[in-house]
Design a protein around this ligand. Structure first.
Ligand SMILES: Nc1ncnc2c1ncn2[C@@H]1O[C@H](COP(=O)(O)OP(=O)(O)OP(=O)(O)O)[C@@H](O)[C@H]1O
Ligand SMILES: [Mg+2]
Length: 338
C-alpha cells in the first residue's frame, strides 16, 4: 500500500522519489524493533519471575545451622560409633511421625543394613545422619557427641552419602566427584572410580572433563548411580550412608561393586538401605524398620529364621499363620515371579 500510494503521489508530483525512498527505508528499519518488542516484553516477564524465585531461594534462612559453640571433629579423631537414642522424626506439617523412638547403635567399622517396606522411612532415617533433616525427638550421637553440637561442614565432610536418585550437577565428571573434597588428588579419584566400577568415565568423549548432568551428556541410571557411589566413597569418609546403592546395576556389575564395597566398608561405619537379599550379605547386622520403629535387629540368618515379617519382606514368603498363595498353573508369569 505504501509503495502504491507513494508511487501515485510521486507521479502527481506531491512527493519526490527521494522522499518516498527515505520513507520506505525508515519504515523497514522500524518493523523489526516493533515486532521484537512483544517478544522482549514476554521474555522480560519470564526472567523477572525466575529472578523472583531465585531470590526467594537465596533469601530463605536455613533452618539447620551451626550451634554457637559447635565443634569441628577432624577425620583422624573419629572412631565412628553412631548411636540413635530414642530418635523420633516428623515431617513439618505431617500428622503422624515417620520415625518413633528409634534406638540403634552402630559400632565403629560395623555395617548395618536397613530393610523395610517401601515408604516406611528408611531414606528419612538416613537423611538424619548428615542432618539434612533435624531430629524432632531424641538425639543422634557420633562418638558421644550430639550431631547438633558438631559443625555442619565438619559433619558433612565425615559422612559420605549416596541417595536413591543420584543427582549429578551440570559440570564435569571430575567436579561432580570432588564436590565435597575439592582437594582430592587424581589418585584418590581413580581409586574411588575403580571401587564404584565407574571407570567408564575415562572413556567418555572428554574423559573426566566431560560435562554431565542437566546440560551435559546424559548418563544411564546405573552410570549415575556408580558415579554417586564414587563420590560417596571418595576420601574414605568415617561414616557411609548409602540408600540402595546398587539398585540400578545388572547382576554382574552388582557383584563387582559389592566386592569392592566390602573393602571400603571395613574402614567405615556404614548404614545402608538395601532391598535385595544379595546386597544384605554386605552387612554385619540387619535392622528391620516397620511402623516407624526398629522391630528386629540381628544377623541376616537369625532374622530369617526367627522373624516372619523379615522373611516375608525378603523372601516373598507369607508370614506364618497366613495361607500360602493358591497354587496356579505354570504360565509365563510364574517363571517371571520365580
Ligand atoms: N519431604 C517430605 N515431606 C513430607 N513427607 C515426606 C517427605 N519425604 C518423605 N515423606 C513421607 O515419609 C514417609 C517415609 O518416606 P521415605 O522416603 O523415608 O521412605 P522409604 O522407606 O525410603 O521408601 P522407599 O523404600 O520407597 O525408598 C513416606 O510416607 C513419605 O510420604
Ligand atoms: Mg527410600
Amino acid at each position: 500500500m505504501v509503495l502504491v500510494a507513494g508511487a501515485a503521489a510521486a507521479a502527481r508530483g506531491a512527493l519526490t522519489i527521494g522522499e518516498l525512498v527515505a520513507f520506505v527505508s525508515l519504515q523497514l528499519m522500524l518493523i523489526w524493533p516493533v515486532q521484537s518488542l512483544g517478544w522482549i516484553i514476554a521474555n522480560g516477564q519470564e526472567a523477572a519471575t525466575a529472578a523472583d524465585r531465585i531470590q526467594e531461594v537465596l533469601d530463605t534462612p536455613p533452618q539447620i545451622v551451626d550451634a554457637p559453640d559447635a565443634l569441628a571433629l577432624p577425620r583422624e579423631a573419629v572412631v565412628g560409633r553412631l548411636r540413635f537414642e530414642r530418635v523420633s522424626f516428623r515431617y513439618p506439617g505431617a500428622s503422624a511421625p515417620v520415625l518413633r523412638e528409634i534406638d540403634l547403635t552402630i559400632e565403629p567399622g560395623e555395617t548395618v543394613a536397613l530393610v523395610g517396606a517401601t515408604g516406611c522411612g528408611k531414606s528419612t532415617l538416613l537423611s538424619l545422619v548428615p542432618r539434612l533433616h533435624e531430629v524432632t525427638g531424641g538425639r543422634i550421637t557420633l562418638d558421644g557427641h550430639d550431631l547438633r553440637d558438631l559443625r555442619l561442614d565438619s559433619l558433612r565432610r565425615l559422612v559420605g552419602m549416596a541417595f536413591e536418585e543420584p543427582t549429578l550437577f551440570s559440570m564435569s565428571v571430575r567436579e561432580n566427584l570432588t564436590l565435597g573434597r575439592p582437594d582430592a588428588g587424581d589418585d584418590e579419584v581413580r581409586a574411588a572410580l575403580a571401587l564404584a566400577q565407574a571407570e567408564f568415565a575415562y572413556d567418555l568423549p572428554w574423559g573426566l572433563a566431560t560435562r554431565v548432568g542437566e546440560q551435559g551428556l546424559s548418563l544411564s541410571g546405573g552410570q549415575r548411580q556408580r558415579l554417586a557411589l564414587a563420590r560417596a566413597v571418595l576420601g574414605r569418609p568415617a561414616l557411609l550412608v548409602l540408600d540402595d546403592p546398587l539398585s540400578a546395576l545388572d547382576v554382574h556389575t552388582e557383584a563387582l561393586v559389592e566386592a569392592a564395597l566390602r573393602r571400603v566398608l571395613r574402614g567405615s561405619t556404614a548404614l545402608l538401605v538395601v532391598h535385595r537379599p544379595s546386597t544384605i550379605a554386605l552387612a554385619d547386622r540387619v535392622a528391620l524398620l516397620a511402623g516407624g520403629r526398629i522391630t528386629a535387629i540381628g544377623r541376616h540368618s537369625e532374622l530369617l529364621a526367627t522373624v516372619p515379617a523379615y522373611r516375608a519382606l525378603l523372601a516373598a514368603d507369607p508370614p506364618s499363620g497366613e495361607p500360602p498363595p493358591a497354587a496356579s498353573t505354570p504360565d509365563g508369569w510364574d517363571l517371571v515371579r520365580s
